[in-house]
Design a protein around this ligand. Sequence first.
Ligand code: ADP
Ligand code: MG
Length: 346
Amino acid sequence: MIVLGFESSCDETGVAVVDADRGLLAHALYSQIEMHQEYGGVVPELASRDHVRRILPLTRQALTDAGLTLDDVGAVAYTAGPGLAGALLVGASVAQAIAWSRDLPSIAIHHLEGHLLSPLLATPRPDFPFVALLVSGGHTQLMRVDGVGDYTLLGETLDDAAGEAFDKSAKLMGLGYPGGPALSRLAEQGDASRFDLPRPKLHSPDLDFSFSGLKTAVLIKMKSLPEGDEQAKADLAAATQNAIVEVLVAKSVKALQQTGLKRLVIAGGVGANRLLRERLAERLTRLRGQAYFPPLELCTDNGAMIAFAAAMRLKAGMVDVDSRNTAFTVKPRWNLEDAGKRPEVA
Ligand code: ADP
Ligand code: MG
């Protein structure tokens, strides 16, 4: 069956076509980053309006690239939450309109389930069960994944997300938005050992994270730097990246030890970070485990992961293909564990 999937939870409009048996056929993506840059972060109302502008051209593009038309589509999927309400409503409305007009089932997908399953779009593909490290701009969680829809939260951040720690530190350094990629680029030229930054909860026995203290420490160091000392800034960027990566690696390893599992799946935008990828791969090799990453271009938000999660749910028999949800809603706040078993009724 062909699934047409929509993602519009934040500042990326994504549309994708997935064949439940053959995998990803095509995906089209538009990032609003440039538009939000001048405000230093995402402006929700502008985001919603831009999704409206992009979503139909992207849908046409994805279908054309897949060599298909709407007549070939067997089910429609969309991100129902969590995210910005107005932005979510754009993808949900378009998906529902197509489903309704074509008498197709519509499948509401949890955004993090999309991220969580996205490493399964790559080869080698991890088998269940595995531990997933979800590191995005809004979330930092360790999950035990026993199958599609079977998710147990092992630990999460008590305050800022890892991506947020990257973004906020980068902002303090004047690196603009989104700061993660910019900070990690600058860090390449820096010496991390020059600054001693805190690694919150590094040795705590639980699997929770805390990153807000790090941001304060970066602010204090930043203020102490001589004006215009670009090398010192690069060193601070390297130290910040090191602190975040070290905590993420340590807690991921602890999660594997506590669950007795050997496979670690990394998902979400911060999963694009090179140092994190290297360090995790290294540690996992030593532990005789394996780290799995989504393809680099599918680390941040995209429609492919949403269409793919829906296809996996279809294959697992978790979608009632005869039901027609003419009434629908979105869930700006939505817990992944709750979404687990029956997310198609959002
Ligand atoms: P969300 O859906 O919560 O917005 P995404 O999964 O789209 O999150 O990821 C965006 C986050 O990933 C941002 O915080 C961004 O700074 C971070 N990010 C992207 N690339 C990198 C990188 N190379 N290093 C560190 N962080 C990164
Ligand atoms: Mg995301």
